[in-house]
Design a protein around this ligand. Sequence first.
Ligand code: AMP
Ligand code: TRP
Length: 335
Amino acid sequence: MNKKTVLSGVQPTGDLHLGNYLGAIKNFAKMQNENDCLFCVVDLHAITIFQDPLELRNNTYETTAAYLACGIDPKKSIIFNQSQVPGHAELAWILNCICRVGWLNRMTQFKEKSGKNSENMSSGLFTYPTLMAADILLYKATHVPVGSDQKQHLELTRDIAQKFNNDYKSENFFPLPEPYIEKDISRVMSLRDGNSKMSKSDPSDYSRINLKDDQDTIVKKIKKSKTADTTIPISDDQINKIPEVSNLFNIFVGVTGLTKSELLSKYAGQNFSNFKSDLSDALIEKVCPIGNEVTKLMQDKKYLNQIMYEGAMKAREKSAIVLKDVYDIIGFVKQ
Ligand code: AMP
Ligand code: TRP
């Protein structure tokens, strides 16, 4: 049987939100029964933009807790912290020597994050996609569950893997990893602006549902969320014309598992108040238990340390095998 190897990562840079959950983490738990899975808290990525050390440490625990609270089972999956496995940084260096500057220049996420200020960003932020490629290739992962904003980084990972295999005449050494991107909810949008992504860095907290939000906050945020001046559209086509409405429908589908046509048959033509109140209930049912579990787990750092330690040991063992082969292929002298 050919088991897939699944790897993904989340940066410990702030409160996790519904976009992280629906776009990525929810799929992690789904994939762990049939595949070899590794889920990583990517602190090396986080410091490409300055992080306060105390906050970084706290966020690393919190992201680990969120993995557990979202149903990732440390008996089935390897949960670990990137900086505790030195192979990530080691392979990233090698892949930096494979990846072309021109390829990195095309990365839209760097352009978005740096804006007009690119000369002043860290060089780590520029080469960040090669570290992401290293995260994936270090375990020869074949499938990577991510939100659609990461698609371009996955394509770059494939280019890097292919060039390594070609340059070193090591056909099929690195597999070419496939993104696993869920349709419709691969890009959850801001509740205030249906054209921008729900994001940790949006200054308005009303733009997102955080996994730690309590019931009242969720109700308030959904009540205030932008919709349309009209009643609820009566067809899929009409929904798709209004980004904010389409986003709320996608979120509703994502948290309940109902289809859009089931939702339409219930709410089409009505005003938004029933729809919003039912959506809030569904969100409360899904999100609040996760937030409560994160709060509970954060009281037990000893347990979280143990999870991270055991995960790191397993990840070190796996990654050492691949890294040894890479060193060999490249021509580094063996001791
Ligand atoms: P980050 O918080 O940037 O480390 O993202 C962690 C994961 O969540 C990645 O797979 C992202 O693609 C995914 N993600 C982040 N924001 C969103 C969003 N608004 N919609 C869907 N997926 C998202
Ligand atoms: N770059 C991803 C993000 O910002 C996080 C990430 C780092 C990742 N390494 C990864 C995702 C490896 C998937 C696989 O969201």
